[in-house]
Design a protein around this ligand. Structure first.
Ligand SMILES: NC(=O)C1=CN([C@@H]2O[C@H](COP(=O)(O)OP(=O)(O)OC[C@H]3O[C@@H](n4cnc5c(N)ncnc54)[C@H](O)[C@@H]3O)[C@@H](O)[C@H]2O)C=CC1
Ligand SMILES: O=C(O)[C@H]1O[C@H](OP(=O)(O)OP(=O)(O)OC[C@H]2O[C@@H](n3ccc(=O)[nH]c3=O)[C@H](O)[C@@H]2O)[C@H](O)[C@@H](O)[C@@H]1O
Length: 441
């Protein structure tokens, strides 16, 4: 079976490389020629553990990349994995998706049967729209949302919790059989395949992301109360999580969720509620709690120092989560912006080389113009903490493993604001640090 993947970003690239590993002949198509060039050399334009070695294993064998849509003519299945960012109203911006569908329409043979699979996260009704755009073509359109997590994407590809497939008509067995063939490996491993209609499939994706975001906002709101009354949110989360009905995942309090998906998907879901005259009470609160969480934390820092002007901070963790280079909606970047606005000097560090490189590039473009050269991204954690007035942990890496005794001798003032509750407070307090977490005594 020949497969093409349109859009080779985080989702499309994993899909292309993963399917190649499973033995399919795969072509990745992207409009970004610099990306395609790198990929054909076996170099990953993004950081994801384990991805580059798999790419190298298959590239120019059963996996190729191109900017041309021509190869999709021979594909049996076309996965569409282009970005669906947020538009100015908060809904998903479908311009990349529509443009990809139009290109597919211009390229493929009207009569040659194909399955077009929408993997991008799209609002309810989009698969129907895509089918409409391809009217008169011998195609079936399938909704197949993606659930991978950045930083764990390769693992998530090979060990998904479920595969969701939405069809126009469940009586039409042809596309169902083809998709079952594509995902045969997973079926044989016992991964549940949810076969449903378009609308249900589209909503499963938003419901899953919004539910996880709500779990985070719930624990974050509770952490503020814990902070006030002297309770420990970590213990609360642990005890709650022991109840299997609640579960122990996504109950880590901190400075809120970021990334390319939760913020935009929560917004797009709110938009879909409003568009359909249903009130999104809970989901709106999820968003609001998240937006306020970082301000609450920043105010903690501000009230400690009174005046941030001229103070120097080490920001540990730059990307929106560990083990990725993705800065989209990163809370660390939000914090840096707030600090710079107040006249502080920022030294930043992330373990992922590409996350540091992306941050340097971001500030070259974005802020140096506005805030001067008050931001320095360093390649070494110990250099980063040297002579600072405070350490701020912004990403949930296990910073415990660092040499805190050494760090205590390098800093100017021994203060830690742990925005992800990753440190053991007693350990650092013994070294003379003042410790401020999120909802921890
Ligand atoms: N990043 C993630 O962890 C996850 C993302 N998703 C969803 O998957 C979709 C893709 O997300 P990412 O991979 O993060 O986006 P991305 O921005 O990393 O990649 C999108 C790629 O599509 C390419 N592209 C845009 N228009 C094109 C066109 N007309 N033809 C060919 N290529 C085109 C871009 O050049 C880019 O390389 C989004 O809808 C997102 O919500 C779903 C689950 C996880
Ligand atoms: O649709 C998507 O794009 C993806 O969005 C999330 O994946 P991702 O954004 O890669 O990362 P997560 O691990 O979910 O973390 C998101 C944010 O929540 C924060 N978070 C996570 C867990 C937690 O307990 N507390 C918390 O604040 C993280 O710091 C991070 O900023 C979902 O977990 C994936 O299932 C989904 O496919």
């Amino acid at each position: 079976m020949k497969i093409s993947v349109i859009g080779t970003g985080y989702v499309g690239l994993i899909q292309a490389v993963g399917l190649a590993e499973l033995g399919f002949e795969v072509v990745g198509v992207d409009i970004d020629s610099s990306k395609v060039k790198l990929l054909n050399k076996g170099e990953c334009p993004l950081y994801e553990e384990g991805l580059e070695s798999l790419l190298k294993k298959h590239v120019n064998k059963n996996l190729t990349f191109t900017t041309s849509y021509e190869p999709i003519k021979d594909s049996d299945v076309i996965f569409v994995c282009v970005g669906t960012p947020q538009d100015k109203d908060g809904n998903a911006d479908l311009r990349y998706l529509i443009s990809a569908i139009k290109k597919i329409k211009e390229t493929i043979d009207k009569d040659k049967y194909k399955v077009v699979v929408i993997k991008s996260t799209v609002p309810v009704g989009t698969n129907r729209k895509v089918k409409e755009l391809l009217k008169g073509y011998n195609v079936d359109v399938v909704s197949n949302p993606e659930f991978l997590r950045e930083g764990l994407a390769v693992k998530d590809f090979f060990e998904p919790d479920r595969i969701v497939l939405g069809f126009e008509n469940l009586e039409n067995k042809k596309p169902i059989e083809i998709m079952e063939k594509v995902y045969e490996y997973f079926k044989s491993k016992g991964v549940p395949l949810i076969i449903t209609d378009w609308e249900t499939s589209e909503l499963i994706k938003y419901a899953s992301n919004a539910f996880l975001a709500t779990k985070i906002s719930f624990i974050n709101e509770l952490a503020k109360l814990a902070d006030k009354v002297g309770a420990d949110i970590k213990v609360i989360s642990k005890a709650m999580g022991l109840d299997p009905r609640i579960g122990d995942k996504f109950l880590n309090a901190g400075i809120g969720y970021g990334g390319s998906c939760f913020p935009k998907d929560v917004n797009a879901l709110i938009y879909q509620f409003i568009d359909n005259n249903v009130e999104p009470l809970l989901i709106k609160a999820t968003k609001e709690v998240n937006e306020r969480q970082i301000i609450w934390f920043f105010n903690k820092i501000k009230s400690y120092y009174k005046n941030l002007n001229g103070k120097t901070f080490a920001i540990l963790g730059l990307a929106f989560k560990p083990n990725t280079d993705d800065l989209r909606e990163s809370r660390a970047i939000k914090l840096i912006d707030m600090l710079l606005k107040e006249g502080a000097i920022v030294k930043g560090f992330d373990y992922v080389d590409k996350a540091r490189e992306n941050t340097r590039n971001l500030y070259k473009l974005k802020l140096w113009r506005d805030y001067g050269y008050n931001i320095f991204i360093l390649d070494d954690l110990y250099e980063t903490v040297k002579d600072v007035d405070g350490i701020i942990i912004a990403t949930e890496y296990n910073f415990n493993k660092e040499d805190w005794e050494k760090i205590s001798k390098l800093v100017k003032e021994k203060v830690i604001f742990d925005g992800r509750n990753v440190l053991e407070p007693e350990k650092v307090k013994k070294l003379g640090f003042k410790y401020f977490g999120v909802g921890r005594r």
